[in-house]
Design a protein around this ligand. Structure first.
Ligand code: ASP
Ligand code: MG
Length: 385
């Protein structure tokens, strides 16, 4: 990393580097905390966790000095990354970038500890796991940087998981919106909050490998003039969800609320929701939740079902959700039918369907997931690009 930073600096760029902790370090610190107290307070945990990043700021600065590259290191609190007081999941409120600007003006590379800040009482806070991405984007926005480069263990964003489809291709470009959909569907290249932030402030983001040279993937605003933009950019999937159905409920106003209200009161997030009316005017309602919440959701649903006179409650955690994502969908007809036809050809039964402007998702039997992803990757010719 130091070689690259020094090179960038030598080429005449002003460089601010946001560092994360060394690999495994944050987990090691969490384990240490657990040895001392079963449930440490967020405040103390943040004092501990922030040290991982403090170590790497100093080490990177030293490595830069040894390459004759002037550099200064800062903790989040020293820069003054001001956050709210929600320990372990704080949000950035403001960044004072004056000190950084002054240092850059003097020819320094500025190395800032990611993932941390201070609240208005100067308590150390952290931003949630993976939070260095968010620090980097927020700083890039505050400094009006040309580009925010995220160095990670993959060399970019792929059309789908290369472990599932061998021909998965690295995308040269993807829009913020598409990246958000991909990230929220389980493609874990970037912290979702960082992508949201980058989109909101139009900070071009580039995902690159820490280990290999290469152009990576640029995440940016949609280019309206790009007539050759693909209809589908990628296929995302998750095995994290479970499906619940309550059958034979009355088709009257307020039923959906009576069913889903108690679920949300229990702080269980609901994803896909589908309701169907049968000929006898009774209805079925199906929805998905995180797999870890299925048992609790089923229990709540059982209670509601009894009070509604439902005929049956079913739950199934052997499902997978699979989505095709692309801004090109807005201007192309027939995308959904192409998707369904590819799945039909491979005999994959679709259990639920939902769509948004740039995404079509289906819920299928978990055991067909890989087959389905490959079929769609082929059908939309994602390998060619
Ligand atoms: N070190 C923190 C973590 O492991 C923050 C980061 O890596 O971005 O979650
Ligand atoms: Mg990390």
């Amino acid at each position: 990393m130091a070689d690259r930073v020094a090179r960038w600096r030598a080429e005449g760029n002003d460089v601010v580097v946001v560092v994360s902790a060394m690999s495994g370090e944050t987990n090691r610190l969490i384990a240490l905390a657990e040895q001392c107290q079963a449930q440490p307070t967020g405040r103390e945990l943040d004092v501990l966790l922030s040290t991982g990043e403090q170590v790497t700021t100093a080490l990177l600065s030293m490595a830069l000095h040894s390459r004759d590259c002037p550099a200064v290191s800062y903790t989040g609190g020293q820069v003054r990354v001001l956050t709210d007081s929600a320990h372990t999941k704080a949000r950035i409120k403001n960044i004072d970038h004056e000190r950084i600007q002054t240092d850059l003006g003097r020819g320094n590379v500025v190395v800032v500890a990611g993932f941390q800040g201070v609240d208005e009482h100067n308590n150390i806070t952290t931003l949630g796991r993976g939070g260095s991405d968010t620090t980097a984007v927020a700083l890039a926005a505050a400094l009006k940087a040309q580009e925010c480069q995220i160095y990670t263990d993959v060399d970019g964003v792929y059309t789908t998981d290369p472990r599932v489809v061998k021909g998965a291709r690295r995308l040269t470009k993807i829009t913020f919106e598409e990246m958000l959909e991909m990230a929220s569907l389980g493609s874990k290249v970037l912290q979702i909050r960082a992508v949201e932030f980058a989109g909101k402030y139009s900070v071009p983001l580039r995902v690159l490998s820490s280990f290999d040279e290469g152009p990576g993937t640029l995440i940016t605003l949609e280019d309206q003039s790009d007539v050759e933009a693909p209809v589908i950019s990628g296929i995302a999937f998750t095995r994290d969800e479970a499906k619940l159905t309550v059958a034979g409920i009355p088709d009257t106003p307020g039923v959906a609320y009576r069913i889903l209200g108690p679920i949300s009161e229990a702080n269980i997030e609901v994803d896909v929701i589908v309701q169907n009316v049968a000929e006898d005017n009774s209805t079925d309602l199906t929805f998905t939740v995180h797999r870890n919440d299925m048992a609790r959701a089923a229990e709540i649903l059982q209670n509601t079902a009894e009070s509604l006179g439902a005929t049956e409650v079913r739950s199934d955690d052997k499902i997978a959700k699979l989505s095709i994502v692309g801004v090109g969908m807005r201007s192309h007809a027939g995308v959904a039918s192409k998707m369904f036809s590819a799945l039909a050809q491979h005999n994959v039964n679709i259990q639920l369907i939902t769509t948004s402007e740039i995404k079509i998702s289906v819920v299928i039997d978990e055991k067909f997931l890989e087959l389905a992803v490959r079929a769609l990757h082929d059908a939309f010719e994602l390998e060619q690009g």
